[in-house]
Design a protein around this ligand. Structure first.
Ligand SMILES: *Cc1c(COP(=O)(O)O)cnc(C)c1O
Length: 488
C-alpha cells in the first residue's frame, strides 16, 4: 500500500511513496505528514481469526494487512523485540481494575514507557532499510523524558543510524535522565541543555534549520530522519495493541465479539489515540476514544469545541510531562481523514500563522462521532494515585489522567479499557509523596515504595543507579552545534 500526503502535493515531492520511503523521510509536502492511501479491514472475521493468537501473531497479520514493502523476515526480526518484554508471551497485560474498567499496560518494555511498543520494532526496520540502501541517517530528538530513552535503546549499536538526544537539564526525572546518559554506544550522543523543554525544542529547531549544520550533513552524506510519531513507522505499531485490548476483553468473557467497548488514551502528540482511531475506522467495535489530558488541555478543548486555540496558552509544567504539549502533531492526520487535504492544509496554515483554527459545526460533530475528552489536574491525579495505592495498584501520573476520565465518563453501559503509558518507577517522587514520604531522590523513592508495597524492583531500573555516566555534557544552546559537528 502506498502513502499520500495530508496537505496535498507540492509538485516537487512524489505524489505517492512506499512505506519505506515514508518512514525514512517522514516530512511530506508543505510540512505535512504521510498517511496510508486506504486502511485495511479489521472486521469481525479478522477478530474471530485472532481470538487465540499470540501478540506477535496478531501483530504480523496487522502489518501484512497494511501491505507494506517490508519483507516477512525483517518484520519477524522486528517483532522479536517483544520477546525482551517482561513476559514474551504477553507483552501487554490487560488487568481488571474495576467492574467496568480494564487497564492495558503498555510499559513492560526495556525503558518502562509505552514508547517501547513502537520504537523497539521500528528501530529494527529503519536501520535495516538504511543498511540495505547503503544510506546513513541521523535522528535528532528533543525529549522531555520518554522518547529519548526509548529512541536510544532501540538504535544503540545499529548500523547506518546515529541518534542524538537533547534533554532539558533538570527537566526530567532522575530515572529518565540516567536512562539516557548511561547509554554506551558509539552511534549515540546525549546532550543536556541549559533551559526548559521549550528551550530545548527551540534549540533543536534552529539547529535543523541552520545552513552550516545542513551543509555538514551533506558533506558527510548523512540524511535526516525522525523517530517521533510524525513517522508513520511508529503509528503502525500503535494500532496492534488496541486490537489486542479488544481481544483480551473477549478472552476474559467481559464481552463477546461484536460488542462495543470504549478506550481511554492519555494523550500528548496524539499518536496513541490515532492508532485507536484507525483501528475503530477499520472495523473494531469501539464506541468512543476518550482523550485524557492534563492541565495542558488544548486537545480536550479542541474535541469539545472544535477550536484549536494557542493564542493565550503557555505550556504548564505538570507531573505528567509526556503530555505537556501544545501543538499535537497527529491531529493533522485525523483532520485529513475526515476533511481531506485542502481543508487540512487550510487549517494547519491557520494554526501556523494565527495560532488558531476553528472547525464548523458539522466538522465538530464529525470529531465527536469518534472522540470524547477529559481533563485531569495534578491534584486530581494525586487523588487517583492515592486511592489505588491503598488497593496496592501503583499507577503513574499519566495513567492517572485516564483513570480520572473513567470515573467521569462511566455510565455502566459499555466497558472501558484505559491505557497505562508509563511504569510508576519513572515518576517515583510523585508516588512517594502520595504515600506521605518525602523522598530525597528517585532511588530513595523507588526503594521506599518497593519496600512499603512489597513490589520487586525492576531489574533495568535497579541496574541504572549503578551504571557509569557516559554523557556528561551540559551545554548552553549556542554550544550544541559544535558538539554535534564533533560527534558526526
Ligand atoms: C508519549 C507519552 C504519552 C503521550 O502519547 P502520544 O502518543 O504522544 O499522545 C503519554 N504518556 C506517556 C507516559 C508517554 O510517554
Amino acid at each position: 500500500m502506498n502513502f499520500i500526503e495530508t496537505r496535498g502535493n507540492d509538485g516537487i515531492k512524489p505524489q505517492e511513496v512506499t512505506f519505506s520511503e515514508a518512514i525514512l523521510s517522514p516530512m511530506a509536502s508543505y510540512g505535512g505528514l504521510y498517511i496510508p492511501k486506504s486502511l485495511p479491514e479489521f472486521d469481525l472475521s479478522f477478530l474471530k481469526k485472532h481470538i487465540s493468537s499470540s501478540y506477535k501473531e496478531l501483530a504480523r497479520d496487522v502489518l501484512n494487512s497494511f501491505e507494506i514493502d517490508i519483507d516477512g523476515t525483517l518484520i519477524d526480526e522486528a517483532l522479536n523485540r517483544y520477546d525482551e518484554f517482561d513476559d514474551a508471551t504477553n507483552p501487554v497485560p490487560v488487568v481488571k481494575l474495576e467492574d467496568n474498567l480494564y487497564v492495558s499496560e503498555l510499559y513492560h518494555g526495556p525503558t518502562r514507557a509505552f514508547k517501547d511498543m513502537a520504537l523497539q520494532p521500528f528501530g529494527v526496520i529503519l536501520s535495516s532499510l538504511a543498511k540495505q540502501r547503503g544510506e546513513n541517517y541521523l535522528i535528532m530528538a528533543a525529549t522531555s523524558g520518554d522518547t529519548g530513552p526509548a529512541t536510544l535503546e532501540t538504535f544503540k549499536n545499529r548500523d547506518n543510524i546515529k541518534v542524538c538526544c537533547l534533554y532539558p537539564d533538570g527537566g526530567t526525572s532522575d530515572v529518565q535522565r540516567l536512562q539516557m546518559v548511561t547509554e554506551d554506544a558509539p552511534n549515540l550522543k546525549v546532550i543536556g541543555v541549559k533551559g526548559n523543554f521549550d528551550d530545548t525544542q527551540d534549540a533543536l529547531k534552529s539547529l535543523l534549520q541552520s545552513k552550516e549544520f545542513n551543509e555538514a550533513l551533506e558533506k558527510k552524506n548523512i540524511n535526516l530522519s525522525a523517530a517521533n510519531s510524525v513517522n508513520f513507522g511508529r503509528i503502525i505499531f500503535q494500532t496492534i495493541y488496541h486490537i489486542h485490548s479488544y481481544l483480551e476483553l473477549v478472552r476474559v468473557g467481559k464481552i463477546v465479539i461484536g460488542e462495543r467497548i470504549n478506550l481511554i488514551v492519555p494523550s500528548g502528540n496524539f499518536g496513541n489515540a490515532l492508532g485507536a482511531y484507525y483501528v475503530k475506522k477499520a472495523g473494531v467495535p469501539i464506541e468512543k476514544i476518550v482523550i485524557a489530558t492534563n492541565d495542558n488541555d488544548v486537545l480536550s478543548d479542541f474535541i469539545n469545541s472544535g477550536k484549536y486555540d494557542l493564542r493565550d496558552r503557555e505550556l504548564i509544567k505538570t507531573n505528567s510531562p509526556a503530555m505537556d504539549i501544545l501543538k499535537s502533531s497527529n491531529i493533522e492526520r485525523v483532520l485529513f481523514d475526515k476533511f481531506g487535504a485542502s481543508r487540512t492544509k487550510e487549517l494547519m496554515d491557520l494554526l501556523n500563522s494565527k495560532n488558531y483554527f476553528e472547525l464548523n459545526s458539522s466538522e465538530v460533530k464529525a470529531i465527536k462521532d469518534d472522540f470524547m475528552a477529559s481533563t485531569c489536574s495534578d491534584s486530581e491525579a494525586d487523588e487517583i494515585i492515592s486511592k489505588y495505592l491503598e488497593k496496592n495498584y501503583i499507577l503513574d501520573p499519566h495513567t492517572a489522567t485516564a483513570i480520572k476520565a473513567f470515573f467521569e465518563k462511566n455510565d455502566n453501559v459499555l466497558p472501558f479499557v484505559a491505557y497505562s503509558t508509563a511504569e510508576w518507577t519513572k515518576f517515583s517522587m510523585v508516588i512517594a509523596q502520595n504515600a506521605s514520604y518525602d523522598a530525597k531522590n528517585d532511588e530513595d523513592a523507588i526503594r521506599f515504595i518497593c519496600d512499603k508495597f512489597n513490589v520487586n524492583m525492576v531489574d533495568n531500573i535497579d541496574k541504572l543507579f549503578k551504571k557509569d555516566i557516559i554523557h556528561l555534557k551540559i551545554v548552553e544552546k549556542s554550544d550544541i552545534m559544535p558538539e554535534m559537528l564533533n560527534f558526526l
